[in-house]
Design a protein around this ligand. Sequence first.
Ligand SMILES: Cc1cc2nc3c(=O)[nH]c(=O)nc-3n(C[C@H](O)[C@H](O)[C@H](O)COP(=O)(O)OP(=O)(O)OC[C@H]3O[C@@H](n4cnc5c(N)ncnc54)[C@H](O)[C@@H]3O)c2cc1C
Length: 402
Amino acid sequence: MTTTTHVPILILGGGTAGICVAAQLRNRGMRGIAIVEPSQEHYYQPLWTLVGGGVLRASETVRKEADFIPSGVTWIENRATSIDPGENAVTLGDGTRVTYDYLVVACGLQLDWNRVTGLSETLGSNGVSSNYDINLAPKTWEYIKNFKGGRALFTFPAGPIKCAGAPQKIMYLAADYFTKHGIQAEIFYATAGPAIFGVKHYQAPLNNVVARYGIHTMFNHNLVAIDGAKHEATFEIVNDPEKTRVTMPFDFIHVTPPQSAPDFIKGNELLAQPDGPTKGYLRVDQHTMQNPDFPNIFVLGDAGSTTNSKTGAAVRRQAPVVVENLLAQMQHRPLKARYNGYASCPLITGYGKLILAEFDYDGTPTPSIPMIDTTKERWSMYMLKLHALPWMYWNLMMKGKA
Ligand SMILES: Cc1cc2nc3c(=O)[nH]c(=O)nc-3n(C[C@H](O)[C@H](O)[C@H](O)COP(=O)(O)OP(=O)(O)OC[C@H]3O[C@@H](n4cnc5c(N)ncnc54)[C@H](O)[C@@H]3O)c2cc1C
């Protein structure tokens, strides 16, 4: 017989978004909250680039999940495998069911390594690495510091990814390292996108950085296969009816894997976004963060179908909106809080250098400190990324205070 328990407010995922919302709800005096989270570890993923760049150790990016489950919140150490919104029920990995009055979906996205032929087999060997897996980020640094010259490739896949700046940040760190150590490198940035960055305002400064390092850009090139033994990467030209393929040899390649909504969400016909750029992600109103069909379901973070840049910075602005509107929904009040698509991308452009991109749904710059021109590479912004933001994350954001 299936065991069923009931939880008034159920949160799926105890990563950045789940903990942030749970902590804010507790700070507002709410009770009856449970978080479904399978992992014992909680990572601050924005530092993984600096692990790959040899600035930090992987252990400096992780804490125990148990230390961040807010007091008074129940931790269900399991994973969700399906949502039945008609029955207000979630099924877990062990077959048990949890029913809810309100559901907050915050279970992030999934990395689809297998969508690049041959990638899984060679990851971590043959000069192939990726900062998108913390177990591999130290390997990225090993490859960079032992690089003896030759060709280094950095890729960006088709479709939305978390931290759209991360694929190029590690390239600039590598380029800076090679330049400082007199290593002859031919660096290529191969992206499925049509430009260096999706937000126009930051394209010119980034193109200057690319030119300074002598990086070759390959736009509209989507990585589809890797042959580790031969040290070859194959790209398909995006939007080409002939599906032309280009194969390039490499000595080192940093791969950003294709990403998508978790399978249990994209397979849910009632909840998944049916089309558009965020197809498969959980359907949500861009501004209220509420599911349009099931008003007791709210979504935030990487799992949602909002078209903002998927970042922790976006979560910081979405969480108070979710909390405010969830409380309004419970009290039968109109939903007044609005998310404007804010996201921020701290674009590391070298050791001690950073361009801070902040923008909304329209790609309009939304600088937090308007008197500083953050399109310029700045040491102060690099320090913000390395020291201030991690401190804020663990001490304020994860406590529901920012
Ligand atoms: C290399 C890299 C660099 C980045 N750099 C930056 C940056 O500089 N700035 C920035 O703002 N953001 C950055 N990000 C992005 C940022 O980390 C994410 O956007 C953010 O963590 C999203 O929060 P989330 O809660 O939606 O997902 P996550 O924080 O990934 O949390 C999802 C949680 O859900 C859990 N989960 C998964 N499946 C299930 C399930 N079936 N049931 C229950 N729980 C489940 C997971 O275990 C996880 O704990 C970076 C990410 C990477 C990988």
